[in-house]
Design a protein around this ligand. Sequence first.
Ligand code: ZN
Length: 251
Amino acid sequence: MVQIKFDSKVLSALEGKIQLIKTEKGAIYLVGPIKLPVNLYGETVEFQWYCWLNCDEVTEDFERIIDKLSAANLAEFQQSSVLTYGDFQNEDNAIIRMHSICHTGDIFGSKRCDCGFQLKQSMKMIVDHGNGALLYLANHEGRGIGLFSKALAYILQENGYDTVEANQALGFVDDSRNYSDAIMVLKALRCKPVTLITNNPKKLKALQESGLSVSGRESLWGDVSEYNEKYLQTKINRSGHMKDEDTCCND
Ligand SMILES: [Zn+2]
């Protein structure tokens, strides 16, 4: 393949903004930081945004990677990204959220789950804390079953199955989410311990087993309604989520 020559202005603008993270399968290319002002409950808050891409090829010659993008059809796939707030690299106490993508909850504001609420609320917790990060994990739709399968699972749920039963009835394990890439990205952004925003002990365990220094957990409950009550109860009864006093769940 003939390599396209990119304008030196393009390359110098991108220089220093792409980081290579070597993985077992190849590489993660992390691009950022990019200033991202966000409307959070009516106030404009400035986050730093990073996006990452998995690739088989491992190279420090980022021109080679950029060269592949136009043919890679990336819009057909989802990429994950991170928002950081404050001095995430250096502050002693940082809180983070590993948020699994939820097309229906995050984008449409679906009340069948509380993902949209958790997304916004965890961003607020990070800002209130003064520093932290939200990792938005694009390959985690429907706890790893994908959007189409989630639609099927919702139909089963309308026919009396709970979240766990529906996923299993479609041939999936209850929860097939993997955090290894997210953890590698997190390690590239910060070495010090983090407090994890979650009600899910599996997330806490995955992070700890990866060797990440976790200093604690903060729970995140709320937005209970008639539409997600059963879903939230399943999380507690079937998926081992921790129930805190006077509040409710998902993640
Ligand atoms: Zn959801």
